[in-house]
Design a protein around this ligand. Structure first.
Ligand SMILES: [Zn+2]
Ligand SMILES: [Zn+2]
Length: 334
């Protein structure tokens, strides 16, 4: 089968590799779509501590079971894998907190991932996709929509609250806007691009264009500030995000990590405004299942900037890095 293989730090090629072999508790899936993510760039650059070479890149996929050695799945089941492979037996897994499993492997890092025609996945890492969720939306669930869902849940979000989404045209941002809206938020989207604001306006209640947005958020909230910020950009917008929050506000930090950059956190904002800062390593299986259930009602439209075949992976990567796009980049793997 064809696969994107990272054979040393920073170097990859699309090459032919043997079909993965499965053991007890595993499932072989035929991958329909995979999606590109900034995490791929970080893994490719070797920033993750447990990188193993060679490794097949990719951690966002949707596929169909072709062979199962676990009673929970049968050939024909449509599934999405988590970003990680929990052991299913530790105290965290047993409490439904499999995202914190200390023994979990990680796809595209120390386990072969999904930029391939087929993949071996432990049944512990799989969630069935309901029939009413299309592949293009399912592929975005574990690393995008369920992350946002989990963040809002941890933030104690309730309907009617105001949610600011930074980087609103990005792969995470444009879907975060829609999911927050579907959960009953008043959504204020922030983008740097005037040109993309029109598109974002279809989904958000208000759009602010520019990098200094906290004053605009304040004036849109009668001087009070937003209840929640979903930060998808990272250090360039974080200060403004924290300034946008009301006293007792919550910041959900989803992206983007630049490992070469240090950031000076203004403790004053956090202490004096009683802020809650929420990280987001990965979603739990229950978050993915709950999000898929919600998506079945058609409340979120997948926004796909481009779809490339597997052997055009280099071009897909270049497009993700350099283009002015809205939404996610997919790989059609079959
Ligand atoms: Zn991802
Ligand atoms: Zn575990």
């Amino acid at each position: 089968m064809k696969a994107v293989v990272v054979y040393e730090k920073g170097r990859f090629e699309v090459r032919d590799v043997p079909l993965p072999r499965i053991s007890d508790g595993d499932v072989l899936i035929r991958i329909n779509y995979a999606a590109l993510c900034y995490r791929d760039l970080l893994q490719l650059a070797g920033y993750y501590p447990r990188m193993r070479y060679p490794v097949i890149l990719g951690h966002e996929a949707v596929g169909v079971v072709v062979e199962s050695r676990d009673p929970r799945f049968r050939p024909g089941d449509r599934v999405v894998p988590l970003l990680h492979e929990p052991d299913g037996t530790c105290e965290f897994c047993l409490r439904g907190l499999d995202a914190y499993c200390p023994n979990a492997g990680s796809y595209g890092e120390n386990l072969d991932g999904f930029f391939a025609e087929y993949a071996r996945v432990s049944a512990n890492a799989l969630v069935k996709v309901p029939n009413n969720v299309p592949d293009e939306l399912a592929v975005l669930t574990p690393c995008v929509l369920a992350m946002v869902y989990k963040g809002l849940k941890r933030a104690g979000f309730t309907r009617g609250e105001t949610v600011v989404v930074t980087g609103a045209s990005g792969g995470v941002g444009i879907h975060a806007v829609q999911l927050a809206k579907a959960l009953g938020a008043r959504v204020i989207a922030v983008t740097r691009s005037e040109e993309k604001a029109g598109f974002i306006r279809k989904f958000a209640d208000e759009v602010i264009v520019g990098s200094r947005f906290s004053d605009s958020v304040k004036s849109l909230t009668d001087g009070v500030g937003a209840d929640v910020v979903i930060e998808t950009v990272g250090t360039p917008t974080l200060n403004e995000s924290l300034k946008s929050l009301r006293t007792g506000g919550r910041a959900i930090i989803i992206g983007n990590v630049n490992p070469d950059e240090s950031y000076q956190l203004r403790l004053g904002y956090i202490i004096m405004k009683d802020l809650l800062i929420i990280g987001n390593v990965r979603s739990n299986k229950s978050d993915v299942a709950e999000t898929l259930k919600l998506l079945g009602s058609g409340v979120v439209k997948p926004i796909i900037a481009a779809t490339y075949p597997l052997d055009k992976f280099s071009e897909a990567l270049e497009f993700m890095r350099n283009s002015s796009r809205i939404g996610k980049v997919l790989l059609k793997t079959q």
